[in-house]
Write a protein that binds this ligand. Structure first.
Ligand code: ASP
Length: 413
């Protein structure tokens, strides 16, 4: 426990120092010079760390889900946990959408009319719901691993894990190999995790130096709306679910999940944060087979923060282009934002790309995403932190539902 707290404190220290150093550089050199200086000389250290996390993520997701399924020992248990997990994800994401809509509607009157930044660079690509479904099923066994196609990797892990379970004695050797491989992967991940405070520092210096306070400027309101939505969701949904379903004090939950939230905030990638989320859930006493199953799945399909962001952004952009959304269109936003957040990859900036799907559904031209492109990282930081906390809250609840036990800190052997 001591070790985990130390890592959390170090991450916090890296975060605070990063903000201070970034602000100093921004004030001393100006945003442009500080931005290019930090992008050239400081951000690469953050990139190295994020690269290492991404490197470990494919084996981690593949092996931990397979291990999770194998540890359950019974294919019926997989089904039982699976539907509870997915139901929790869907319900919380739909609530997130509604919170996003309500908050954004409250702000709507004061949303500024913005001019579209000329030549704004962004890449909006429309994503079709059916394509998302079809793409879950790989047509090749190797490609998903080399391209880190997370939904396909999850599918492979689930189907092979179930394969081991139904193979009985003959599948035992392969099952033991996977369990052992998973232990080794977790240790390798531990080496990488030890670097996280430095990675957080480097990334934070870069963000603050490059963006500076002015970034908040005229877009401050929409950013504020998103963050109010994030906070309401945390307080309302995660505190209550920790207390009511997880049978754990919300304060304990937030304290223990903090390192993961802080890292998600700076890395803006749920998938890259996965190893840390897993550590935090271990600290919360969530059973290994449950967290190994719920967290990788959540990092890929459960995005409450992204859903809030997409709703707020859709209302904001609709206002910018003068579209007054009807109640029917609001319902459409809830449905499409829920689906879009499921289809969003747990990587930096992915939610903004999937926003195109929501905008198209209500007839807002996707080109207008350019308006908020410049500050997407600031949205992304909060929404990723929320996404990760949502995954952990699901793990805590499923643990309590399955074991009817109060999550406790595991005693280390
Ligand atoms: N960055 C987010 C995540 O990794 C996804 C998004 O862009 O909304 O959870």
């Amino acid at each position: 426990m001591k070790k985990q707290m130390n890592l959390g404190m170090k991450i916090l220290l890296g975060l605070v120092l990063g903000i201070v150093v970034g602000a100093i550089l921004w004030a001393a050199m100006g945003a442009d010079a500080a931005g290019s200086f930090t992008a050239k000389y400081i951000k690469p250290f953050g990139d190295i760390f994020v690269n290492l996390l991404k490197f470990i993520v494919v084996p981690l997701v593949l092996l931990s889900i397979m291990d999770g399924v194998i540890q359950m020992g019974d294919i019926k248990k997989v089904g039982k946990i699976g539907w509870k997990t997915v139901a929790y994800f869907l319900v919380t994401t739909a609530i997130a959408c509604i919170i996003g809509l309500v908050v954004a509607s409250a702000f709507k009157g004061s949303f500024p009319m913005l001019e579209l930044a000329e030549g704004a660079e962004y890449q909006a690509k429309s994503a079709n719901f059916m394509d998302t479904i079809v793409n879950i099923f790989p047509n090749n066994a190797i490609n998903p691993l080399s391209t880190a196609a997370m939904l396909q990797i999850i599918f492979i892990a689930l189907i092979f894990g179930c394969g081991v379970l139904v193979s009985g004695e003959k599948g035992k050797l392969f099952g033991d190999f996977i369990v052992s491989f998973n232990v080794v992967t977790q240790r390798v991940m531990g080496f990488i995790l030890a670097l996280s405070p430095y990675g957080v520092f480097a990334l934070m210096v870069w963000v603050v130096a490059a963006q500076g306070p002015k970034i908040l400027g005229s877009l401050g309101l929409v950013l504020l709306a998103a963050y109010i939505g994030y906070i309401i969701h945390v307080v309302l949904v995660y505190s209550l679910s920790a207390k009511i379903f997880g049978k754990i004090s919300p304060l304990t939950f937030f304290k223990k999940i903090f390192p993961a939230a802080a890292f998600a905030f700076t890395s803006t990638s749920s998938v890259a944060t996965l190893p840390i989320t897993k550590e935090c859930c271990d600290e919360l006493g969530v059973e290994d087979d449950i967290s190994s199953f719920v967290l990788p799945l959540g990092a890929t399909i459960n995005m409450d923060g992204t859903a809030i962001y997409q709703c707020v952004a859709a209302i904001f952009l609709a206002k910018c282009v003068g579209i007054d959304l009807s109640v029917g269109q609001m319902v459409t936003i809830v449905v499409t934002a829920t689906l879009a957040s499921i289809g969003t990859a747990g990587t930096s900036g992915a939610g903004m790309i999937m926003l195109a799907m929501v905008l198209e559904a209500v007839g807002v031209p996707t080109t207008f995403i350019g308006i908020i492109y410049g500050i997407d990282r600031l949205f992304d930081m909060g929404r990723t932190a929320l996404n990760v906390v949502g995954d952990a809250s699901c793990a805590v609840c499923v643990h309590a539902w399955e074991g009817s036990k109060v999550p406790q800190k595991k005693q280390k052997a």
